[in-house]
Every structure is written in C-alpha cells, then in structure tokens.
Design a protein around this ligand. Sequence first.
Ligand SMILES: C[S@@+](CC[C@H](N)C(=O)[O-])C[C@H]1O[C@@H](n2cnc3c(N)ncnc32)[C@H](O)[C@@H]1O
Length: 289
Amino acid sequence: MNWLNRLLGGARAKGDSAAVAHVTPATTTAPKPPVDWSDAAAWDAYHAATKLPAPISPIELGLQYVPAFREQRFRRVWFPGAGTSAAPRAFAQLGFDVVSTDFSAVAVEAQERFASAPFTVDLSDYGEKVPTKLQVLKHDFRQPLDLPPFDVIVNRRSYQGLSTADQATAARQHYDALRPGGWAMFETMNVQGDRRNILEDAIGAAGFSLPLNRSHRWYRAELAKTGLRFVIILGRARIPGPNPSAAEQERLDILTKEFAERSGLEAEEWASRTSARTDRVAHMVYSTG
Ligand SMILES: C[S@@+](CC[C@H](N)C(=O)[O-])C[C@H]1O[C@@H](n2cnc3c(N)ncnc32)[C@H](O)[C@@H]1O
C-alpha cells in the first residue's frame, strides 16, 4: 500500500508485506468491490489492491460536512465501514472524537496506521483544532457496537451494496448507536430510481426520520413518469446534450418548480415539529460517478 506510506509521510509499518500478499496482479483496470458485500475476505483483497487517488480532495475526506457538524455541535463521530479512507483521520485532526470501524482486517490495519502516524494533508482551510484520538475497531456493523452513543454517523458508500436483510439489520444498528437528535449520513454512489426507495425504506423502518423525503420521492416518481432522459445538475433536472429540446426542458422545469415548493413546505413542517429535535435523522447523500 504505497499510497498509504505517501499519505503518512513515508512512515512504514509492520503488516505491509502481509497486505501486499492479498494484492491481485497489477492490471490496468481498477479493482471492483466484491459482488457479495458480506464477504470480509473479499473486501480485504479489494482494499489491498486499491490505490488512493492523489492528491486527496476535500470531498474524498468528507470535509464538506465539517461546517454543519460544528454548527450542530457534533463531536462524537462514527465512520462505519471506513475502508482505507483517510476521512476518519482528517476528522480526528480537526478535533472530532472519532471511532473508525470496518470488518475487513486490511481496512482496520490501514486505519490503525492512520491513527498512529503524522498526517500530511493540509486542513488549514477547515480550522484545525487540537487533534483528538482516533479509535479504530474491527467491527461488523450488523452487530451492536458497545460504545457510548454518537452525535453523528458517517456511512460513506458502505451501505448500498448490502443485501435487503443486511440493510435492515445495519440500519437498526446505526439507529441504536446514535443519540436522540443525532444524524446519520448515508452516502451512496450510483444508486438510482427504485433502489433509492428501497434504501430509504430500510432506513425509515429502523426508526430514522428522513427530512424532505416525501418531496424528494414525489420528484423522482414524477420525473420517471415523463419517460425523458435527464440528469440532475445542482438540484435541477436537465435534458442532457448540446441542443436540448426546449419543450422537454420546460416539462422538467415545471416539475422542478413544484418540487421546490413541496420541499419548502415540508421543510417548514419539519422545523415546526417539536419532536424533530429528538428524532434520529438520516440524510441520504446520492452521488454519481
Ligand atoms: C465501498 S467501501 C467504502 C469504504 C469507505 N467508507 C470509503 O468511502 O472509501 C465499503 C466498506 O464497507 C465495509 N463493510 C461492508 N460490510 C460491512 C459490515 N457488515 N461491517 C463493517 N464493514 C463493512 C467494507 O469492508 C468496505 O471497507
């Protein structure tokens, strides 16, 4: 894992060679996540073969969440299924009290090395605080995590590939690990259409509140009914391509306008609910790439 050595300023650690033993022969194609997401050994092989992009962008570190977390006065953060991401380390560097877990031994080893080595990414734009401890644990997030409750859980792309049964179990464990009023961020990659509804249903069934979910689901359903090909750019559905049909774009814009009105009303409804402050809130973050 040369990328890890680079990130940690060249520090070497025991276990490097053990990790390299899992590496599949060098190919030009990027390693693919396992088909069966419950296979921890397959995740080991995947992580050992994965290269971290360089340089590491703020988005890769999840730093876009920092202002909101500080505004909410969140301090205790759990990164379940952290993989070989440097995000938990970055958050610890910024003064958050971080627990990083994964059920892959290779991922845990990478996280342990992050926890004990100097960190070389410049975080000065994010108001560095006194760095705190990063606790790293081997843990299967379908099982209870026996720790004090968290203010916020940041599940970054570690949920979407679970089987339906595992999604239900994992969502409940996330819910139980969070304090009332806390947030769980569920980041996904390339999850579209009905698959979004399935994820959200499992998360809602675990007890989470999903703010603005009603209007988002309405918008998705109405866009699908048009039968048009579209992309969402900055929250607006657009007909792709250099010469979009004005009539088709108009149809989408009517829906986008109604979506804005519906979500405004839903946001007001949410803000006026006194229990909203004690709900455990799930924020769905959908990305494509
Ligand atoms: C696609 S990777 C994402 C890794 C990291 N969060 C990131 O954003 O780079 C999914 C991660 O979830 C972990 N994972 C999958 N199922 C898990 C489970 N039941 N318990 C703990 N970790 C799990 C895998 O080992 C892997 O590290």
